[in-house]
Design a protein around this ligand. Structure first.
Ligand code: ADP
Ligand code: 5GP
Length: 200
C-alpha cells in the first residue's frame, strides 16, 4: 500500500450501532483498522482490554494528556475518552484507513488538526429504536441510558458538521454505505492526479 490512508471519523449516539457497522466493514476489507481509544469508564461484560478500549484510571489518563500523547480527548457522560496519537499516525503512514469512533467534541478537535479527515455521522432510525438498542444491549443502568438519550438529542443539533450521514436501520446496508464512502474518498481527483500524469 503506497497511498496514505484516510482518517475516518465516525460519530453518533451511543447505541446507534457504530461498532457493529465498523466491525462489519473491517470483515469486508483488509485496509481498514480501528483506533482503540483509552477510557476511564469500566469495561462492559464481554469487553476486552486492548480490543474495545484500553481501560485506564484517571491518573494515567491525565498523564497521557500532559504528555500530548492523545490526538484528541473529551468527557462523555462523566467518563474521559481519548485517541492515542501514535497508532493513528503509524497506520495512516502505512496506508491503512483508520477509523475513530469518537463523539462530537473529539471530532471537532480532529477536524481542526487534520482537515482532510472524513466525518461520518451514524444515527439509528429513531430515538425510540435507540432506547430499545441501548436497553437491549443490557450493559447500562436505566439512569445511564437516560443520560445517553439526552446526549443523543444534543449531538443531533451538531450533526450537520459531518460530511456524510448513515442511518443504521439494517446493519448490512449501513456497512455497505460506509464501505462505499471509504472507496469513494480514495477516488478524489486531487489524490489521483499523479496517476493520470504517469499514464501518458
Ligand atoms: P455503538 O457502538 O454505537 O454504541 P453498538 O454497535 O454497540 O453501538 O450497538 C448497540 C446495540 O444495537 C447492540 O446490541 C447491537 O447488536 C445492536 N444493533 C446494532 N446495529 C443494529 C441494527 N441495524 N439493528 C438492530 N440492532 C442493532
Ligand atoms: P461508549 O462508552 O458507549 O463506548 O462510548 C461513549 C461515547 O464515547 C461514544 O459516542 C463514542 O463514540 C465516544 N468515544 C469513544 N472513544 C472516544 C475517544 O477516544 N474520544 C472521544 N472524543 N470520544 C470517544
Amino acid at each position: 500500500m503506497s497511498e496514505r490512508g484516510k482518517l475516518i471519523v465516525v460519530s453518533g449516539p451511543s447505541g446507534a450501532g457504530k461498532s457493529t457497522v465498523v466491525f462489519k466493514v473491517m470483515e469486508q476489507r483488509g485496509d481498514v483498522c480501528f483506533s482503540v481509544s483509552v477510557t476511564t469508564r469500566s469495561p462492559r461484560p464481554g469487553e476486552l482490554d486492548g480490543r474495545e478500549y484500553f481501560f485506564i484510571d484517571h491518573e494515567r489518563f491525565q498523564e497521557m494528556v500532559d504528555r500530548n500523547e492523545l490526538l484528541e480527548h473529551a468527557t462523555y457522560v462523566s467518563n474521559s475518552y481519548g485517541t492515542p496519537r501514535r497508532y493513528v499516525e503509524e497506520k495512516l503512514n502505512a496506508g491503512f484507513n483508520v477509523v475513530l469512533d469518537i463523539e462530537v467534541q473529539g471530532a471537532r478537535q480532529v477536524s481542526e488538526k487534520m482537515p482532510d479527515a472524513v466525518k461520518i455521522f451514524i444515527a439509528p432510525p429513531s430515538l425510540e429504536e435507540l432506547e430499545r438498542r441501548l436497553t437491549g444491549r443490557g450493559t447500562e443502568s436505566p439512569e445511564v441510558v437516560r443520560g445517553r438519550l439526552d446526549r443523543a438529542r444534543q449531538e443531533y443539533l451538531e450533526a450537520d458538521f459531518y460530511d456524510y450521514l448513515i442511518i443504521n436501520d439494517d446493519a448490512g446496508h449501513a456497512a455497505s454505505e460506509l464501505n462505499a464512502i471509504i472507496t469513494a474518498e480514495h477516488c478524489h481527483f486531487s489524490d489521483r492526479a499523479q496517476l493520470l500524469r504517469d499514464s501518458h
